[in-house]
Design a binder for this molecule. Structure first.
Ligand code: SF4
Length: 318
């Protein structure tokens, strides 16, 4: 039986060969729409049209020693318009304004070199401002179990931490380091927010398969896929970008294989991708690895309102 027929029969227990078969579907054929239909139905049945908007603030714009070859903040090719750190008063003001709008989980992101002591101090002051049901997510460099415990003690509920595509080649971090951080987070009960990223035209379906399986094995409940944004000034800029239709297909396959229990995201958002069972989007403020404007809310970043508008167009509600 072909993989597309197997998933139409609601059998999502796919072999590596079958996952590659789904990823290899020609996006201009009927099978592409069959794939989208299965992924969409899976999401609608599971989540009953409930959507989510998460909001992330990048709290510092500074050269980062991890030097990811796709990131505007990498030290050797720093491409952001300025350097700064938001102080806690600024963050509190921003969060008060943000909280006039509805959004779900709240993320604080730093570059990998940002002082963990300072991060925990800032986070401790931010936490009481969050609404009762807002989850609090750390997006920082690699960490050990002691730091994981401290993240938990100041009120974080989860971490965005992943093994990026071509880790150690396009970044200065190894897969082993990523795995240790993820294990530390899990050991103290922090939820892992995961993503296959940053997907570029140079990545083979076999590479994507490895990362999709990693997410499946981790039993991720909040899943995502992200295409690489070519940022002028970064080493990988010249490799360009996959199309939105290709990203939509990868989102569908990832959703079916990982089968997250809470939400599926695509980043940066495209309306088309919401046909593939995507029910969660991000709003972004401050520094952003995909932007040269250090205030991404004035450039690439969505506001919570814009993200909700896109979700509503696809029939997802708060
Ligand atoms: S993606 Fe993160 S770790 Fe990599 S250079 Fe940018 S800020 Fe540093």
């Amino acid at each position: 039986m072909r993989a597309i027929e197997k998933i139409e029969n609601k059998d999502f227990n796919l072999t590596d060969v079958e996952i590659i078969e789904l990823l290899s579907i020609d996006a201009y054929t009927n099978d592409f729409y069959r794939l989208l239909s299965v992924s969409n139905e899976l999401t609608r049945n599971k989540f009953k049209n409930k959507g989510y908007v998460f909001t992330q603030v990048g709290i510092n714009a500074a050269p980062c020693s991890v030097n990811c070859r796709f990131c505007s903040l990498g030290a050797d090719h720093y491409s952001v318009d300025s350097k700064w750190e938001k102080d806690v008063d600024t963050l509190i003001k921003e969060l008060k304004v943000l909280n006039e709008y509805h959004f779900d989980d709240f993320f604080l992101m730093t570059t990998a070199d940002y002082s963990i002591d300072k991060y925990l101090e800032v986070s401790k002051q931010i936490k009481p401002l969050l609404k009762e049901n807002q989850k609090f997510i750390a997006n920082i460099g690699d960490f050990d179990i002691e730091i994981a415990k401290r993240l938990k003690s100041v009120g974080f509920t989860g971490v965005y931490h992943i093994n990026r595509l071509r880790e150690g080649q396009d970044t200065l971090v190894t897969t082993e380091q990523r795995e240790k951080s993820i294990a530390s987070a899990q050991a103290v009960g922090l939820e892992i927010y995961y993503c296959i990223e940053p997907i570029g035209p140079e990545h083979s379906y076999e590479e994507l398969l490895e990362e999709i399986k990693r997410a499946r094995d981790l039993k991720i409940s909040v899943m995502a896929v992200m295409r690489r944004t070519p940022v002028v000034g970064t080493p990988l800029n010249e490799l360009g970008q996959i199309t939105a239709i290709e990203m939509t297909k990868i989102a569908a396959v990832t959703n079916i294989v990982v089968n997250p229990s809470r939400s599926m995201n695509v980043h940066e958002p495209t309306q088309m991708s919401l046909l593939a069972g995507v029910n969660q989007l991000y709003a972004e403020l401050g520094a952003n690895p995909r932007d040269c404007n250090s205030e991404t809310e004035k450039s690439r970043g969505f506001t919570p309102l814009k993200a909700w508008e896109m979700l509503r167009e696809a029939g997802y509600n708060k």
